[in-house]
Write a new protein. Structure first.
Length: 259
């Protein structure tokens, strides 16, 4: 069981939940957590069971639901259920080469942020910069990325973000703490260690993964220059749409031709 890298991602996300509920006083309470997880896990369990006639424990959906409960912030409960349902439906029905195209959490958040801004926002301002919590979460995130064989993506994104933050300081006169500040927040770690490390939606080769992560950092920087909020979500979605999908189509064709 511990050979499954998803277990480490699950532990990483649960560390956020525990820290938020016990120490940090997150805006989202336990009802948001259980609604997100229950909707995601229950829906995937039914869809996979009906389609494949196999009733298996929905570990991936459990991870998706926890991610939704952390990424989304709403004063109502139903947006958590809707976001989780969107994530699972898009994951199960929007597929290419036998696997889902978009990171389920990312695309669901993009839809909610654009379509229902009165009910759904992201949560960057609630996180702490407490060094103890940061070190623990970072350690778990690095371990999860390593086990998922996506540490190269993590390092490429962090490096790219730092480079473009420095360029924004030098070329656009942004304050240093404004440009580099997001790197000190746990929301940055959640995106870095969870959002862009999905093995199903990241390229299979190391060179392509590094380029993919660096392009997300570039798109994020450009959106920040344009003062667009939730830039990381949009950057990941846009790069997947413009670069990730064409790459997968080309890579799949090459594999079929070589096979």
């Amino acid at each position: 069981m511990l050979k499954d890298p998803r277990i480490y991602i699950l532990v990483f996300l649960l560390s956020f939940v525990a820290a938020g509920q016990i120490f940090l006083g997150f805006f989202q309470k336990w009802d948001a957590f259980f609604i997100s997880v229950g909707t995601a896990a229950g829906l995937e369990f039914l869809i996979v069971g009906i389609r494949k006639k196999q009733w298996v424990f929905p570990l991936s959906a459990l991870i998706t639901g926890i991610g939704i409960s952390l990424l989304l912030s709403s004063y109502a409960v139903w947006p958590y259920a809707l976001t989780a349902a969107l994530a699972i439906c898009i994951k199960q029905f929007v597929r290419l080469g036998g696997s889902h195209v978009f990171n389920p959490n990312n695309v669901a958040m993009v839809i909610m942020l654009i379509g229902l801004p009165a009910y759904a926002v992201s949560t960057p301002k609630q996180w702490t910069n407490g060094i103890e919590v940061m070190i623990l979460i970072m350690a778990l995130g690095l371990l999860a990325a390593y086990k998922a064989k996506r540490l190269d993506s993590v390092l490429a994104f962090i490096g790219g973000f730092a480079v473009f933050a420095w360029l924004r300081v030098e070329w656009f006169g942004e304050p240093v703490f404004y440009s580099f500040g997001p790197m000190m927040g746990a929301s940055f770690q959640l995106f870095t260690f969870f959002m862009i490390t999905d093995p199903k939606t990241t390229p299979p080769t190391r060179r392509a993964r590094i380029l993919f992560a660096f392009l997300i950092a570039f798109a994020d920087a450009w959106l920040r220059i344009l003062h667009i909020t939730n830039s990381q979500f949009y950057a990941s979605f846009l790069i997947t749409l413009m670069v990730g999908i064409p790459y997968r189509l080309r890579y799949g064709k090459q594999m079929r031709e070589s096979g």
